[in-house]
Design a protein around this ligand. Structure first.
Ligand SMILES: Cc1ncc(COP(=O)(O)O)c(C=O)c1O
Length: 453
């Protein structure tokens, strides 16, 4: 196994994506000179490294050729490329260097992002080509503020098929992700908004900056305590509560739908509903009361946050106010990206990618669960891209976060998510999807060192 990709390449490259071929060559030379890549170590294939770093394969091939010529690498026919046994005595003359990008921490288990190296580049490129080859010139015009009809139709089919959403195209407004959806809703809803306690403070702050009065509603093992709601509108994460990871229990779903039907308004944040591992998928809450529940979704976890596409499936009465809010706040949809996403949805490429990622993330979750120390209790593990790790009695979050930082592992902690003050349980929020495939093993090994110092 010494030659395998996973065991050979647990090395960090100080490399800035903008620094090009020269920057990548410099980073590899430094890694070899500083001993992070030891003599004889197998380096990843050009295809694998290019995929992980998000560069063209040709770039990596040329860098390997340069470094072989300089004596840093050794290649032989039919065998993997290795670090040379003896590295050059004098450093090779390096060209002007781009400023090195030094991430604060080497291993990224901070929740919130998928594995960016798994972005379906080929599918995106093929869909882009098909869109450009088949579209009339009119698609280059300013588009419908709600997003092109072809995307709203594709989303309606996808959401009703995959998430059980009651999603006619006329109810759908495409926007720039959940954060954007929240700012749009802040323009059209009454001025008070309840969030789950705990929940992501960034979204609460965003709502507050949009002028909303923000309150909290407690969450327990069964999810939101519906009986404690006293706000006109509430934001919930029923499929996979963020950050606790619980699923809203059936009796609470019914109670919340009833609360909505009786006059409340629910904003359903279905941020990772596609990723359910152990049980039957939990369908969207929205179908229980489509005129009182706003469904929101995003590609930030399925594709990548950089795509900036999300959607609102709205009660009919809110469609025109939302459209007007978008128009008056200067939003003009990125029509070409919308058409590409529609093409991926219609061709099945999006589903294929989600299915593949689901398997990949479930494997990672399983790997993580098998190595966690016994006295740490993982919670919310049946779905999503993160889990909550409850700490043993007497162990504090700040101590563990400090230990993780010493091991160069980025993690989040439960404490910052609470709204009400109090003596809360201590836990870490771990995003196991984020590292690139080759970095996952070293990342969780480093985490284990932090948990069991
Ligand atoms: C709870 C929750 N909702 C929604 C999102 C997605 O936000 P956006 O679509 O703005 O990227 C995230 C991303 O981290 C999240 O954690």
């Amino acid at each position: 196994m010494a030659d395998s990709w996973s065991s050979s390449w647990d090395v960090h490259l100080d490399w800035h994506p903008g620094s090009g071929r020269q920057g990548l060559a410099d980073a590899l030379r430094r890694a070899i000179r500083e001993g992070r890549l030891s003599p004889g170590a197998v380096v990843p294939s050009t295809r694998a490294l290019a995929k992980d770093l998000g560069v063209a394969r040709g770039t990596v091939t040329r860098v390997y050729a340069d470094l072989t010529a300089e004596g840093y690498l050794r290649t032989s026919q039919g065998a993997p490329t290795r670090v040379a046994a003896v590295t050059p005595a004098a450093p090779a003359k390096e060209g002007p260097r781009a400023a090195p990008w030094v991430p604060k921490l080497r291993w990224d288990l901070y929740p919130g992002r998928p594995d960016l190296s798994s972005f379906p580049r080929d599918a995106w490129i093929s869909a882009t080509r098909r869109v450009l080859q088949s579209s009339p010139a009119s698609v280059f015009d300013y588009g419908d503020v709600r997003g092109p009809a072809v995307l709203r139709e594709a989303l309606a089919r996808y959401l009703s098929r995959s998430r059980g959403v009651l999603a006619e195209p006329e109810r759908i407004v495409v926007c720039g992700g959940f954060s954007h959806a929240l700012t749009v809703l802040a323009h059209v809803l009454p001025g008070e908004l309840a969030f789950e306690d705990p929940s992501l403070p960034e979204f609460r702050d965003l709502a507050a900056r949009c002028g909303m009065r923000v309150t909290g509603v407690p969450v327990d093992e069964a999810g939101l305590r519906v009986s404690e709601l006293d706000s006109p509108t509430v934001v919930v994460t029923p499929a996979h509560q963020y950050p606790l990871g619980t699923t809203l229990a059936p009796e609470r779903r019914t109670a919340l739908a009833r609360w909505a039907t009786e006059g409340g308004l629910v904003i359903e944040d279905d941020y990772d509903g596609e990723f359910r591992f152990d049980r039957q998928p939990v369908g969207a809450l929205q179908a229980l009361s489509p005129e009182r529940i706003v469904y929101t979704g995003t590609v930030s976890k399925t594709l990548a946050p950089a795509v900036r596409i999300g959607w609102l499936v709205l009660p009919r009465a809110l469609v025109e106010p939302a459209r007007a809010a978008l128009a008056t706040t200067g939003w003009r949809p990125p029509v070409l990206d919308h058409l590409v996403l529609a093409e991926m949805l219609n061709s099945g490429a999006y589903d294929r990618h989600v299915r593949q990622r689901r398997i990949g993330y479930r494997n990672r979750r399983d790997r993580l669960l098998t190595i966690l120390p016994e006295d740490f209790r993982p919670v919310g593990i049946s779905a999503g891209l993160h889990l909550l790790l409850m700490l043993p009695a007497g162990v504090r979050e700040d101590e563990v976060v400090r230990a993780a930082t010493r091991e160069s592992v980025a993690v989040d902690f439960l404490g910052r998510h609470w709204i009400a003050e109090g003596d809360h349980p201590q836990g870490l929020v771990l995003g196991y999807a984020t590292p690139a495939e080759h970095a996952f093993g070293p990342a969780i090994d480093a985490l284990m060192r932090a948990l069991t110092p």
